[in-house]
Design a protein. Sequence first.
Length: 363
Amino acid sequence: MPDRALRSLELLEKSASTARVLNLHQIYNAHGHTQAWREFPLFQTPGLNKALLIKHRLRSNETDVFKGPRRVATKIIFPIDSHDLKWGGRYVFFEQIDCAEILKQVFGVTRDHPDYRTLELIDKLPSLDPFLLREQLSRASINPAPCYFAISEADLHRMLVFVHREVAPLVQLSLGETGASPDAIARMAEKIMSNRPGDRMEGLGEVLQLSPEQYAEGIFCWKGFLYFKWTLGTMGPDLVNFISSVASIKPVGPTDGGSREYLVRGRALVRERIKGALAETRQTMKLYNEAYAGLTQQGKPEIFRDFLLGAPRMFNRLGDQLGAVQHVISYWNFRFGPKSEAPTVTELIDIFMDFEASLKRRS
């Protein structure tokens, strides 16, 4: 591995999981001694359960390892030495042409192994955001220990309060103003967020004239849109701090002319791209808001039905957009917290280059 890749792997190992990175190696270091981690692992294969999973934006020279076109792939990194990441690691893209053979040789994981199925479910997600990851696995009755998701009870409560507000118009449409009590709204919100049998609101599926398969997939994507909308509403302060910090951060050590020129360009480009990614995200979210208003305000269920049918494609696009923004902000907050050391010139250039690639606009 080149020096830059080694530095990047070391930084990844030190950081917590983000919307782009699921750091199973760090989770093992923090929770491997606990009973919950041992009894309810994400992967049954020990080596795979200490890997790093990354939602990776494919470069032009990487697309030919897949049978079909892809923009984003799930990159699985296996540290060569789990105790010292300076030795680097090997990686494979899930579903690259020889992926099954590599997983079989390295871990003994074949296509009929439960871990392969778990990787398939993770690969279908546009983001490794813990809320979406938990939802996706729960749909398949896979329930690993809570340490894999790191969702606080406070965030869960705030999310549920947001969903209450969001579904209130739907409850009012169904039960009328007098019937839409707080308890009725809470029950509807719980049904939407639940994966338990009998909580699938089959009546709504009948109104929308969707098959059981279409409805199940559409409801999952609806949950994703609700979560993304809540996330957008909560990231304002972090976004302002990020943009300000990118403009003002100064590296330590000598800086040559070329590095100085790149940093000036890099600061401006990162700020420009994160604003562009957010604009794309809000435009996609606008489609959801309009479709939901069509159902709840215009009384036209066919508008929301059409949205749910197209939701998987929009869900993937929105998750890709927002996941990139979340990753950039989360990583910046981790690396440049109140007591952090100033970066070297080389490290800051590496970070800006990674952010540029993460936030690059997709057609």
